[in-house]
Design a protein. Structure first.
Lengths: 112, 116
């Protein structure tokens, strides 16, 4: 079993919908949890990260981590066509652990 | 320009040829990484480097060679290209946040390599 599992989708939603993207992980040592966004033919870019459990909000985006169930979520409110991209979750063990573990990514399309 | 740049953006090469993909970053980040991205496999780590002259294997190193003589450059060489090495290759760099220890990677735009 891969350490970070992510449903590849694709996921298609109408503009304005709330989007929920999810990952599960198996290594309880993970402490940092990230979401990267990758547009077509571009490199991934860091969207946001959280440390340990809890929520973090940035505009229309909310990242949520539940360490007890080893579940990572990204919510997008009022989704826009410009949100159409592949979203990758990633984890890091702890401060000083430089290697990230990536999910395979979920492809999202927001239809106008 | 500040950032991380990869070259070439696109490359077609023949089986058996040697090809080098270039990666240059302007931040003096200590860590640099090479990934390949394939449908169904996601990002897979090929090699990484913690500093100049320090490199180590990742998940899928076979058939690849790296070097890092300068902090800012991290070239990836395919010694004898095979069709299975057709992929999109991403270089990334990272440094821990000064207070948090968080290693957020910054990726280049990628090199799309086709081996025919």
């Amino acid at each position: 079993q891969k350490e970070v599992e992510q449903d590849p989708g694709p996921l298609s939603v109408p503009e304005g919908a709330i989007v929920s993207l999810n990952c599960t992980y198996s290594n309880s040592a993970f402490q940092y949890f990230m979401w990267y966004r990758q547009y077509s033919r571009k490199g991934p870019e860091l969207l946001m990260y959280t440390y340990s459990s809890g929520n973090k909000e940035d505009g229309r985006f909310t990242a949520q981590v539940d360490k007890s169930s080893k579940y990572i979520s990204l919510f997008i409110r009022d989704s826009q066509p410009s949100d159409s991209a592949t979203y990758l979750c990633a984890t890091q063990e702890g401060a000083g652990s430089y290697q990230l573990t990536f999910g395979k990514g979920t492809k999202l399309s927001v239809i106008p | 320009d500040a950032g991380i740049t990869q070259s070439p953006r696109y490359k077609i090469t023949e089986t058996g040829r040697q090809v080098t993909l270039m990666c240059h970053q302007t931040w003096s980040h200590s860590y640099m990484f090479w990934y390949r991205q394939d449908l169904g496999h996601g990002l897979r780590l090929i090699y990484y480097s913690a500093a100049a002259d320090i490199t180590d294997k990742g998940e899928v190193p076979d058939g690849y060679v790296v070097s890092r003589s300068k902090t800012e450059n991290f070239p990836l060489t395919l010694e004898s290209a095979t069709r299975s090495q057709t992929s999109v290759y991403f270089c990334a760099s990272s440094d821990p946040g000064q207070s948090s220890g968080f290693y957020g990677y910054t990726f280049g735009s990628g090199t799309r390599l086709t081996v025919v």
